[in-house]
Design a protein around this ligand. Structure first.
Ligand code: NDP
Ligand code: MG
Length: 403
């Protein structure tokens, strides 16, 4: 493939053109050192019409330095001032601006030449940068589901007002998005959101009492960041995805049905009013949904395994066990209570998972913590960003005082 260096690009109003008849896509990433971030960069490596203009991470300065040297962005960000100082020194031979903290994240998110922001950061910390990017007119390739779960009522209308697209990266939501192409929204009967069931599928609560962190980190099909891997084991991830689907596709929760598909081959489906079910299938590989979001509506070649229908003897489907894995139940309840309740579910889960990851609580305590936080919360209707973040803080403070 033809390689054209950054310096050779001729800039045309926020979009770089290589002079060979195809437009450059300028991509900014928040969370470039994580699972989604690094896979986004693999796609950039394979598609020379992607220009990475801005990158950010939390504290992995060794990796972001390597990424900066390879992709030569204009600007990179890290969380702490100290790390920013170190990174600045390490990149002193390059013409790259180094920023830090929330202001830095926002600068990355709204970076002047970017066309699209990949939100590959984990947790509610993604809310402010995502909003800043939308206000600056950037399309969003959205992996950071926690942002939509807690602030979907602000983000979706804002994206509409600003004329930007929110393109799903989450594999199920990408599958739904792909299954919606060429159909009318009014013809949707329901969304069938698939779940793998996680590492403890088929187990009971007695079994879950004694599972360890390393058991919970063994996802059967997907290799992902640690937080979402635990969320998959509790099925809180699927709960968050129901809320995410409600916002992305404007479908009421009673028309979103979760089905367990243990092989993670069917990535999700849409049933239409005539009974037709359209699904997207494929091997479990996050690069496909990431690439689809970056190039939508085009499809590009993607290296990797293909489904082999001669070897595939069956595709199993099961009902989710909502009595053992309470994540889904919590999500449907949070949607019903509405307002700030999804924030409480999400914040309690983020904190509980971080305690579990540092082995301070047991697996089932995650459910206990979420239950207690949701029970004691008085719902704030239609919360603005400050109330969402204040609610998050209250939940965090409460959990810190109790566990
Ligand atoms: P990872 O934990 O692998 O990566 C998280 C990224 O966020 C890292 O780059 C990390 O930087 C960065 N980060 C953390 N804190 C900050 C901060 N304060 N400022 C800037 N960057 C920060 O997560 P995943 O890639 O697994 O998940 C990212 C999002 O995508 C989540 O919302 C998840 O639910 C969603 N998602 C992930 C999927 C997957 O396959 N991984 C599938 C579907 C959705 P550092 O490395 O320095 O800590
Ligand atoms: Mg998913």
């Amino acid at each position: 493939m033809l390689y054209i260096s950054f310096k050779q690009y001729i800039q045309h109003g926020g979009c770089l053109h290589n002079g060979k008849g195809y437009d450059m896509k300028n991509v900014a990433i928040i969370g470039s050192t994580g699972s989604i971030g690094t896979q986004t960069l693999e796609i950039a490596r394979a598609n020379k019409d992607i220009n990475i203009c801005a990158l950010s991470c939390g504290s992995n300065i060794e990796l972001i330095e390597k990424q900066a040297r390879e992709f030569k962005p204009d600007i990179v960000g890290v969380w702490s001032r100290e790390d920013a100082g170190r990174l600045k020194l390490a990149l002193a031979d390059m013409d790259i601006t180094v920023v830090w903290g929330m202001d830095g994240l926002i600068q990355i998110a709204e970076y002047k030449t970017s066309d699209i922001l990949v939100t590959a950061i984990v947790g509610m910390i993604g809310i402010r940068p995502t909003i800043a990017a939308i206000k600056a007119g950037k399309d969003i390739a959205l992996a950071n589901k926690e942002t939509l779960v807690t602030a979907g009522h602000i983000i979706m209308p804002l994206a509409g007002e600003c004329g930007v697209s929110i393109l799903p990266v989450d594999s199920e939501h990408s599958a739904i998005f792909q299954s919606l192409q060429g159909n009318k929204h009014g013809d949707i009967a329901k969304i069938l959101l698939t779940a793998s069931g996680g590492p403890f599928r088929g187990k009971d609560r007695e079994f879950l009492k004694n599972v360890t962190l390393s058991d919970a980190l063994k996802h059967p099909n997907w290799s992902m960041g640690r937080k979402i891997t635990i969320d998959s084991a509790t099925m809180v991830n699927k709960g968050l995805e129901v809320i995410e689907a409600k916002w992305l596709f404007h479908v009421p929760p009673e028309n979103i049905q979760v089905v367990v598909q243990p092989q993670s081959i069917i990535h999700s489906m849409v049933e239409y009013k005539d009974g037709a079910v359209i699904a997207q299938l494929g091997t479990p590989d996050m690069k496909l949904p990431i690439q689809y979001a970056l190039f939508y509506p085009d499809r590009r070649y993607l290296a990797g395994d293909r489904l082999d229908f001669e070897k595939l003897t069956s595709i199993a489907i099961e009902k989710p066990d909502m009595d053992t894995f309470l994540g889904l139940r919590f999500a449907y309840e949070a949607i019903e209570k509405g307002g700030s309740m999804p924030t409480v579910l999400n914040a309690a889960n983020e904190k509980a998972v971080s305690l579990f990851l540092s082995e301070k609580i047991r697996f089932l305590d995650i459910y206990e913590i979420i239950r207690e936080c949701m029970d004691r919360h008085r719902v704030i209707e239609n919360p603005d960003i400050d109330s969402i973040l204040e609610t998050e803080k209250c939940v965090y403070d409460y959990i810190e005082s109790r566990w």
